[in-house]
Write a protein that binds this ligand. Sequence first.
Ligand SMILES: [Zn+2]
Length: 534
Amino acid sequence: MLSPRIAQCQQIPLIHEVHSDDERLLNTLDGEWFEILYHFRWEDYQEPAADYYNALYDFNQAPPQTATAGGDASLETQEEARQRLLFDRPTAPIAANPAAPILFHAEVAERQAQDVQPSDVAPGVVPLRLVGRKPKCFFGLLKGFIGASLMGFPAEPEQVHLLLRSNPAFARVCGFSHKEKDRSDYHYQQIPSLRKVEQFDQIMTEAGIWDRIKLSEVKTNLATGVIRPEKEWVGDTTHYHAYSSFETVRYEDDKGNEQKKSQSKLTKRCRCEDWQACPHAWELRDEGAGTIVKSANKMIWGHKASIIGLPEQGVAIDAIAVSDAATHDGQTLFPHVEKVLGDHPDLAQSVRRVLYDSACDDAPLKQRFQDELGIELKASFNPRRSKAISEALPRGMESITPYGVPICLAGHEMDYQGIRYANETFIYRAPQQDDGLSVCIGCRQRAQCCNRDTASGRTITVSFDTLKHIDPSDPPMAKRFKAIMTRRPSVERMIKRLKCDLGDDRLSKRGNDSFQAYLDKTMISYHLLIRHLP
Ligand SMILES: [Zn+2]
């Protein structure tokens, strides 16, 4: 329902016209985006709409300062700035005190204007306070970004603008109309210019509105039972390719040795002609970008996001930018779990365990989860050795893999059975064939291995001392461990959906604030889609 205040003095939204091809689009198979936008519940977004119009008012009053004249910065050479910025990073060679935050936290511009109330706004209804040209409708622009993502394109201004211009059904369902032939003047319902779409995105980012909408989408899905709390969460990180390049900075470590590290190139925000001489501060061109090591010979210059989700339902509940992409994955999970616990008290009540890959297989970290959050951290086993064990082996065994699996002379992997605590050993048994008989019957190595006839096959024990790197209270060979960890890869499907189905892993903007906004926009579409799917 429109509020009376709107109905009395302003025009009723025009977007409820029904076109015959709208009906047809609603019935097409791939029309999820159309259906979601067509049935878009704008009433749920009146609060962010009011926030946006207030922020727009502020923006029009005083456009953001572009350059900061640093006092000391005027004395700083470019090389000094490079060193300063390197040592300020969360992955600095010498940790700063206090430590730089691991996760990105946007600084939200303080709002001055507060005049516009949620009840004042509706699609096509723009508050009167904004004098002059009537601004473009918040709801239309919001739907533009959500729609782009639902269609699988990045929710970025260039893409939204292109789609609005090239796809009439899309423009119409967002509430915009193409310019009429005999009309040359501005009209607020016309498709916005690229500059206006960019400005909308910038204001939404700076005022923290993308983040607030994301949070409210997840909360709505929880409150309405679209997603249910689970007793396990799953986490992982993922990378996006940066829209920037790096330079190699040489620096001295605490022992005085020369080291190298990749870092974003520097820039200044001012438009002075001579950056070497002007007094404005140098800053990183792409703050947050860093080298992400995928393997010994694969490194990516990009941004890193931490994802937390519900493994059973396969639903991502938060995605956050990591302050410095070069941060090790073992450091991102704890602060992120802490944040999600704070954001979602109803999820916090039921969570007992968090699953992660081997980057978090770390005893002190597990202890910290237990002590500070009362949550069990379960990580894939990281053997921290690459060589198989070949000494002090039971008779008939060739080696034991770093994962604690003995392999016999005939090449069979022994099945883990359990622990004999009395003599501190792990117990294994030879595997069975498809017919249920032990592989030992009929084995050629029998004479050197099984020294007597046994129908159940060879049983061996391996002392805890031989497998010092395996925690007997949580052995990764155990069925229970494996059963729990089978739920971990569900996070990879969540990441695929966010990164490929609802966008692109190649960024088109720089800086952590844009990256976080991109994650937020994608998450908004993701949760709208989940709500819509049967
Ligand atoms: Zn300058």
